[in-house]
Design a protein around this ligand. Sequence first.
Ligand code: FS2
Ligand code: SF4
Length: 553
Amino acid sequence: MFCYQCEQTYRSDEGAGCAGSKGMCGKDAATSDLQDVLLHVCEGIGQYLHRARALGATDVQADRFVLYAFFTTLTNVNFNASKFVLLIQQAGEIKKRVQALYEAAAASAGKAPEALAGAAAFIPAAELDGLLTQAAVASVKKDAVVLGADVVGLRSLVLYGLKGVCAYAHHAEVLGEERDAIYEAVEHALDLLAGGSEEIGPLLEEALALGRANFLAMEALDAANTGNFGTPEPTRVRVTPRKGKAVLVSGHDMKDLCAILEATKDKGIDVYTHGELLPAHSYPKLKAYPHLAGNYGGAWQDQQREFAEFPGPIVMTSNCLIEPQPRYRGRIFTAGPVGWPGIRHIENGDFSIVAQAAAALPGFAEDAAEETVTIGFGRDTVLGVADKVIEAVKAGAIRHFFLVGGCDGAAPGRNYYTDFAEHAPQDTVVLTLGCGKYRFNRYDFGTIGGLPRLLDMGQCNDAYSALVVATKLAEAFGVGVNELPLSLIVSWFEQKAAAVLLTLLALGVRNVRLGPTLPAFLTPALIDVLVEKFGVLPITDAKADIEASLARA
Ligand code: FS2
Ligand code: SF4
């Protein structure tokens, strides 16, 4: 195995990357290799889909499969080797289908179809051993000696950005929102990766194209969430448990959460959100369920302790899953793209088994003293008070906005984000999103100009909401987004964050402070490009970065 797609990848003086028998996340070598093979077959699917589309033929089922397949390979999603064997066989069948689609489209157009090599011509073995032998052709490092580290690093940025796009687009798709332009961009990127592109320029262009596609994916997900569950509104959420039977739901998937609320309705069972599902409490149709009781625990990296202590079943609907521990292995379930060997997986959105498990487990014996956090400051809420905000900025009451958002993780350097939010001066507003907020969202930040100083905008994909707000405020002030008194302090961990970073770069947002460490797949030369061409700034010290941000404004 070789994998360096996330922030916690193994690092040493000799270089970075998880290799050997297991990655830092717990992904074993066979699973990692099978994920590479699955992505390789999907690249072949993309080669045919890309050409078929140029001839007016599409296969939306194949596009949807690619989104799902890519999602399963994100960090902390699916660790189940046998699932990947099945997905690879499915991908092989879909590849045959889209090859026929392309050849028929070419025949109708009176053209001879191209005889495609590489991933398109790859035939996956039928058995596990054969697939593992084949995995070498699919490794991200396979052409490293010939291509050089910069090209391999940039190809990796494209691949990982594509994973993020696919994950967000899949979340939107299951809620009924699809964009043909996203499928077109995904097919284009797959074809480029399959073609073994060796040029820095086109690869950089592709990374930016994926950034634009990711903006569309986040917009589609925003439309999916608000269309199905209403517009987020400011909401106080209980973060301490109350007496009674309980289910805990983690991940990002609002559709699964809604199905769990339905499955447990009127049964005397409370539903708690965990991690990136905290924003669910601000959606009117979800908060209307009286048994959506509160939020439990913090960000994903603390789950082994928190899940062990939770007195009911747990459902993991997307990343980030860590190896389930014996104390809760028997009462954790996976759904959607998530999987772990031996852990029960919910198919087809039927969560009745979860309700049964909750009824059989003890639940919380007593009410804990009530504590709350306030969330729900999405684009509509913030823009609803835009006049107040503009006035406060013009009057000098609000000096600056800091968006401190992104992923959390276990790396010690992540205290930077706590320090940053804590030390942001009183005349500044802190916007936040993603699971990184758990580092500071229980602190009392007070108010400013009648507004809370900490505004929680939602999940990591609600970077869309933040971009809409920034664009509208820039219009109101008659300046560009880069001229606003706004600094972005982004913490990355996995591939969705890589996609969000590409979106910021594609939209021309400069001076994004990125940490806690820079991606291991980016070489010093590629980092120079990000710094010089796009104004990306590696984080340093929280107080120094605050001062530098304010001095720039
Ligand atoms: Fe957090 Fe993990 Fe949201 Fe990332 S729960 S790091 O996948 O997507 O952010
Ligand atoms: Fe290592 Fe991250 Fe890959 Fe897991 S996902 S194997 S921790 S680089």
